[in-house]
Design a binder for this molecule. Sequence first.
Ligand SMILES: [Zn+2]
Ligand SMILES: [Zn+2]
Length: 279
Amino acid sequence: MTLVSRSQWGARAYRLPNGATLYSGTRRRGVKLHYLGTAYTDRPHDKCDDYVRQIQAQHMDGNGWSDIGYSFVVCTHGSVYEGRGLRRRNSANGNTTLNDQDYAVLLMVGSSGLTKPTETQLDGARDAIDYCRKEGPAGTWLGGHRDGYATSCPGDPIYVWVKAGAPRPTAVQEDPMAGMTKQDIYDAVWKTDQVAAPDTAPDRKTNVNWQPQSYIKDIGNRVRAMDARLTAQSAAIAKLAQLVGSDVDTAQVVAAVEKAIADAVVKVSVDVTTENQES
Ligand SMILES: [Zn+2]
Ligand SMILES: [Zn+2]
Protein backbone atom coordinates (compact mmCIF):
# COMPACT_ATOMS: atom_id res chain seq x y z
CA MET A 1 0.00 0.00 0.00
CA THR A 2 1.23 3.48 -0.86
CA LEU A 3 0.21 5.45 2.22
CA VAL A 4 0.69 9.22 2.05
CA SER A 5 0.83 10.67 5.55
CA ARG A 6 -0.72 14.01 6.43
CA SER A 7 2.66 15.68 6.58
CA GLN A 8 3.55 14.18 3.18
CA TRP A 9 0.51 15.68 1.46
CA GLY A 10 0.79 18.95 3.35
CA ALA A 11 -2.35 18.73 5.49
CA ARG A 12 -3.36 21.70 7.58
CA ALA A 13 -3.60 21.08 11.33
CA TYR A 14 -7.09 20.04 12.40
CA ARG A 15 -9.07 22.27 14.76
CA LEU A 16 -9.56 21.44 18.40
CA PRO A 17 -11.48 20.10 20.10
CA ASN A 18 -13.70 18.42 17.45
CA GLY A 19 -10.87 17.40 15.14
CA ALA A 20 -9.46 15.25 17.93
CA THR A 21 -12.70 13.34 18.62
CA LEU A 22 -11.93 9.64 18.75
CA TYR A 23 -14.19 6.73 17.78
CA SER A 24 -16.34 5.48 20.63
CA GLY A 25 -14.95 1.95 20.69
CA THR A 26 -11.99 0.04 19.41
CA ARG A 27 -13.88 -1.61 16.55
CA ARG A 28 -15.82 -0.10 13.65
CA ARG A 29 -18.53 -2.10 11.89
CA GLY A 30 -16.72 -1.73 8.57
CA VAL A 31 -15.88 0.69 5.76
CA LYS A 32 -18.08 2.98 3.66
CA LEU A 33 -16.88 4.24 0.30
CA HIS A 34 -17.51 7.69 -1.16
CA TYR A 35 -16.98 9.54 -4.41
CA LEU A 36 -16.61 13.26 -5.03
CA GLY A 37 -20.13 13.76 -6.38
CA THR A 38 -18.88 16.62 -8.57
CA ALA A 39 -17.20 16.79 -11.95
CA TYR A 40 -13.71 15.34 -11.82
CA THR A 41 -11.01 15.10 -14.44
CA ASP A 42 -8.12 12.72 -14.04
CA ARG A 43 -4.76 14.43 -13.61
CA PRO A 44 -1.07 13.58 -13.34
CA HIS A 45 -0.21 12.07 -9.97
CA ASP A 46 1.90 15.08 -8.92
CA LYS A 47 -1.34 17.11 -8.91
CA CYS A 48 -3.23 14.67 -6.67
CA ASP A 49 -2.00 16.10 -3.35
CA ASP A 50 -3.13 19.56 -4.52
CA TYR A 51 -6.60 18.11 -4.91
CA VAL A 52 -6.57 16.48 -1.46
CA ARG A 53 -5.59 19.83 0.08
CA GLN A 54 -8.42 21.42 -1.88
CA ILE A 55 -10.91 18.94 -0.40
CA GLN A 56 -9.60 19.68 3.07
CA ALA A 57 -9.92 23.44 2.51
CA GLN A 58 -13.48 22.99 1.26
CA HIS A 59 -14.42 20.93 4.30
CA MET A 60 -12.74 23.27 6.81
CA ASP A 61 -13.49 26.63 5.21
CA GLY A 62 -16.66 25.85 3.24
CA ASN A 63 -18.41 23.33 5.53
CA GLY A 64 -16.86 24.64 8.72
CA TRP A 65 -15.63 21.20 9.76
CA SER A 66 -12.57 20.74 11.92
CA ASP A 67 -10.66 18.72 9.29
CA ILE A 68 -11.06 16.86 6.00
CA GLY A 69 -14.12 14.67 6.48
CA TYR A 70 -12.79 11.34 5.17
CA SER A 71 -10.71 8.74 6.95
CA PHE A 72 -8.68 8.13 3.79
CA VAL A 73 -8.63 9.35 0.19
CA VAL A 74 -7.59 7.17 -2.75
CA CYS A 75 -6.40 8.81 -5.97
CA THR A 76 -6.68 7.23 -9.42
CA HIS A 77 -3.04 6.16 -9.17
CA GLY A 78 -3.73 4.03 -6.10
CA SER A 79 -2.09 6.20 -3.43
CA VAL A 80 -3.91 6.28 -0.08
CA TYR A 81 -3.90 9.72 1.58
CA GLU A 82 -4.37 9.80 5.34
CA GLY A 83 -7.35 11.95 6.30
CA ARG A 84 -8.69 11.55 9.81
CA GLY A 85 -6.95 8.20 9.84
CA LEU A 86 -7.60 5.15 11.94
CA ARG A 87 -8.50 6.65 15.33
CA ARG A 88 -10.16 10.05 14.82
CA ARG A 89 -13.85 9.93 13.98
CA ASN A 90 -14.67 10.88 10.38
CA SER A 91 -17.38 13.40 9.48
CA ALA A 92 -18.31 12.13 6.01
CA ASN A 93 -21.05 9.50 6.53
CA GLY A 94 -23.98 11.86 7.21
CA ASN A 95 -24.42 12.08 10.97
CA THR A 96 -22.56 11.33 14.17
CA THR A 97 -24.00 7.82 14.53
CA LEU A 98 -23.05 6.89 10.97
CA ASN A 99 -19.65 8.54 11.31
CA ASP A 100 -18.95 6.51 14.42
CA GLN A 101 -20.15 3.28 12.85
CA ASP A 102 -17.88 2.93 9.80
CA TYR A 103 -14.70 4.33 8.34
CA ALA A 104 -15.14 6.68 5.37
CA VAL A 105 -12.89 6.16 2.35
CA LEU A 106 -13.14 8.52 -0.62
CA LEU A 107 -12.21 7.48 -4.13
CA MET A 108 -11.30 10.46 -6.29
CA VAL A 109 -13.96 9.77 -8.94
CA GLY A 110 -16.62 12.22 -10.09
CA SER A 111 -20.32 12.18 -10.91
CA SER A 112 -19.28 13.50 -14.33
CA GLY A 113 -15.98 13.52 -16.18
CA LEU A 114 -14.10 10.55 -14.72
CA THR A 115 -16.99 8.48 -13.32
CA LYS A 116 -15.43 5.04 -13.06
CA PRO A 117 -12.57 4.12 -10.73
CA THR A 118 -9.34 2.94 -12.35
CA GLU A 119 -8.10 -0.59 -11.61
CA THR A 120 -5.11 0.87 -9.79
CA GLN A 121 -7.53 2.94 -7.72
CA LEU A 122 -9.59 -0.12 -6.79
CA ASP A 123 -6.35 -1.77 -5.78
CA GLY A 124 -5.60 1.25 -3.56
CA ALA A 125 -9.14 1.21 -2.13
CA ARG A 126 -8.68 -2.45 -1.30
CA ASP A 127 -5.39 -1.54 0.41
CA ALA A 128 -7.22 1.09 2.48
CA ILE A 129 -9.96 -1.39 3.47
CA ASP A 130 -7.38 -3.98 4.51
CA TYR A 131 -5.46 -1.31 6.43
CA CYS A 132 -8.62 -0.29 8.34
CA ARG A 133 -9.31 -3.94 9.14
CA LYS A 134 -5.80 -4.78 10.22
CA GLU A 135 -4.85 -1.60 12.09
CA GLY A 136 -8.24 -0.01 12.92
CA PRO A 137 -9.68 -2.48 13.32
CA ALA A 138 -12.72 -2.43 11.08
CA GLY A 139 -15.21 -5.29 10.90
CA THR A 140 -15.99 -7.00 7.62
CA TRP A 141 -19.04 -4.92 6.68
CA LEU A 142 -18.63 -3.03 3.37
CA GLY A 143 -20.91 -0.49 1.78
CA GLY A 144 -21.34 3.01 0.48
CA HIS A 145 -22.42 6.40 1.76
CA ARG A 146 -25.90 5.65 0.35
CA ASP A 147 -26.38 2.81 2.83
CA GLY A 148 -28.53 4.37 5.56
CA TYR A 149 -28.33 7.89 4.11
CA ALA A 150 -30.15 9.58 1.21
CA THR A 151 -27.41 10.15 -1.36
CA SER A 152 -26.28 8.70 -4.67
CA CYS A 153 -22.74 8.52 -3.28
CA PRO A 154 -20.49 6.65 -4.09
CA GLY A 155 -22.00 6.27 -7.60
CA ASP A 156 -23.01 2.97 -9.13
CA PRO A 157 -19.63 1.68 -10.38
CA ILE A 158 -18.00 1.94 -6.94
CA TYR A 159 -21.12 0.80 -5.12
CA VAL A 160 -21.47 -2.36 -7.21
CA TRP A 161 -17.80 -3.14 -6.66
CA VAL A 162 -17.84 -2.65 -2.89
CA LYS A 163 -21.06 -4.66 -2.46
CA ALA A 164 -19.40 -7.47 -4.40
CA GLY A 165 -16.83 -7.59 -1.59
CA ALA A 166 -14.34 -5.10 -3.07
CA PRO A 167 -12.37 -7.74 -5.00
CA ARG A 168 -8.87 -6.88 -6.10
CA PRO A 169 -8.78 -6.27 -9.85
CA THR A 170 -7.07 -9.16 -11.55
CA ALA A 171 -3.75 -8.28 -13.09
CA VAL A 172 -3.51 -8.71 -16.83
CA GLN A 173 -2.73 -12.37 -17.35
CA GLU A 174 0.46 -13.07 -19.21
CA ASP A 175 0.47 -15.84 -21.79
CA PRO A 176 0.98 -18.87 -19.54
CA MET A 177 2.93 -20.65 -22.31
CA ALA A 178 5.27 -17.73 -23.01
CA GLY A 179 8.87 -18.79 -22.56
CA MET A 180 8.02 -22.51 -22.28
CA THR A 181 9.99 -24.95 -24.34
CA LYS A 182 8.32 -27.74 -26.26
CA GLN A 183 9.48 -30.09 -23.50
CA ASP A 184 7.96 -27.83 -20.79
CA ILE A 185 4.60 -27.86 -22.55
CA TYR A 186 4.79 -31.59 -23.11
CA ASP A 187 5.60 -32.17 -19.43
CA ALA A 188 2.74 -29.93 -18.36
CA VAL A 189 0.28 -31.80 -20.56
CA TRP A 190 1.27 -35.18 -19.26
CA LYS A 191 1.25 -33.99 -15.65
CA THR A 192 -2.28 -32.67 -16.22
CA ASP A 193 -3.37 -35.96 -17.72
CA GLN A 194 -1.72 -37.84 -14.82
CA VAL A 195 -0.24 -40.35 -17.18
CA ALA A 196 3.22 -41.67 -16.47
CA ALA A 197 5.43 -39.60 -18.74
CA PRO A 198 8.60 -40.84 -20.38
CA ASP A 199 11.74 -38.76 -19.96
CA THR A 200 11.60 -37.30 -23.43
CA ALA A 201 8.83 -36.54 -25.85
CA PRO A 202 8.07 -39.64 -28.01
CA ASP A 203 7.38 -39.12 -31.66
CA ARG A 204 6.05 -42.45 -33.01
CA LYS A 205 2.65 -44.00 -33.02
CA THR A 206 4.26 -47.23 -31.84
CA ASN A 207 5.20 -45.56 -28.57
CA VAL A 208 2.42 -45.92 -25.99
CA ASN A 209 3.15 -42.37 -24.83
CA TRP A 210 2.24 -40.31 -27.83
CA GLN A 211 2.80 -36.60 -27.99
CA PRO A 212 -0.50 -34.73 -27.74
CA GLN A 213 -0.21 -33.66 -31.38
CA SER A 214 -0.11 -37.31 -32.40
CA TYR A 215 -3.74 -37.67 -31.40
CA ILE A 216 -4.73 -34.80 -33.64
CA LYS A 217 -2.81 -36.29 -36.56
CA ASP A 218 -4.33 -39.70 -35.90
CA ILE A 219 -7.86 -38.33 -35.95
CA GLY A 220 -7.06 -36.64 -39.26
CA ASN A 221 -5.83 -39.93 -40.68
CA ARG A 222 -8.93 -41.78 -39.51
CA VAL A 223 -11.15 -39.20 -41.19
CA ARG A 224 -9.18 -39.44 -44.42
CA ALA A 225 -9.34 -43.26 -44.27
CA MET A 226 -13.08 -43.15 -43.76
CA ASP A 227 -13.40 -40.77 -46.69
CA ALA A 228 -11.29 -43.05 -48.89
CA ARG A 229 -13.40 -46.09 -48.01
CA LEU A 230 -16.62 -44.28 -48.79
CA THR A 231 -15.16 -43.13 -52.10
CA ALA A 232 -14.16 -46.71 -52.90
CA GLN A 233 -17.59 -48.00 -52.00
CA SER A 234 -19.21 -45.35 -54.18
CA ALA A 235 -16.98 -46.35 -57.09
CA ALA A 236 -17.82 -50.01 -56.54
CA ILE A 237 -21.54 -49.31 -56.41
CA ALA A 238 -21.30 -47.24 -59.60
CA LYS A 239 -19.47 -50.09 -61.32
CA LEU A 240 -22.07 -52.55 -60.06
CA ALA A 241 -24.85 -50.40 -61.45
CA GLN A 242 -23.15 -50.42 -64.87
CA LEU A 243 -22.96 -54.18 -64.85
CA VAL A 244 -26.49 -54.92 -63.71
CA GLY A 245 -28.59 -56.01 -66.58
CA SER A 246 -25.67 -57.12 -68.75
CA ASP A 247 -24.46 -60.68 -69.18
CA VAL A 248 -21.74 -60.62 -66.54
CA ASP A 249 -21.60 -63.27 -63.85
CA THR A 250 -21.90 -62.52 -60.12
CA ALA A 251 -18.33 -63.50 -59.32
CA GLN A 252 -16.95 -60.81 -61.60
CA VAL A 253 -19.11 -58.14 -59.95
CA VAL A 254 -17.95 -59.15 -56.46
CA ALA A 255 -14.31 -59.16 -57.58
CA ALA A 256 -14.65 -55.63 -59.03
CA VAL A 257 -16.07 -54.29 -55.75
CA GLU A 258 -13.44 -55.99 -53.60
CA LYS A 259 -10.58 -54.70 -55.76
CA ALA A 260 -11.82 -51.11 -55.61
CA ILE A 261 -12.02 -51.24 -51.82
CA ALA A 262 -8.66 -52.94 -51.45
CA ASP A 263 -6.95 -50.30 -53.63
CA ALA A 264 -8.35 -47.53 -51.43
CA VAL A 265 -7.28 -49.21 -48.19
CA VAL A 266 -3.72 -49.75 -49.45
CA LYS A 267 -3.51 -46.07 -50.42
CA VAL A 268 -4.75 -44.97 -46.98
CA SER A 269 -2.28 -47.22 -45.14
CA VAL A 270 0.62 -45.67 -47.03
CA ASP A 271 -0.65 -42.17 -46.11
CA VAL A 272 -0.92 -43.03 -42.42
CA THR A 273 2.57 -44.49 -42.24
CA THR A 274 4.08 -41.46 -43.93
CA GLU A 275 2.22 -39.01 -41.71
CA ASN A 276 3.25 -40.69 -38.50
CA GLN A 277 6.92 -40.59 -39.27
CA GLU A 278 6.65 -36.83 -39.10
CA SER A 279 4.56 -36.56 -35.95
ZN1 LIG B 1 -20.22 10.31 0.21
ZN1 LIG C 1 -2.62 10.23 -7.90
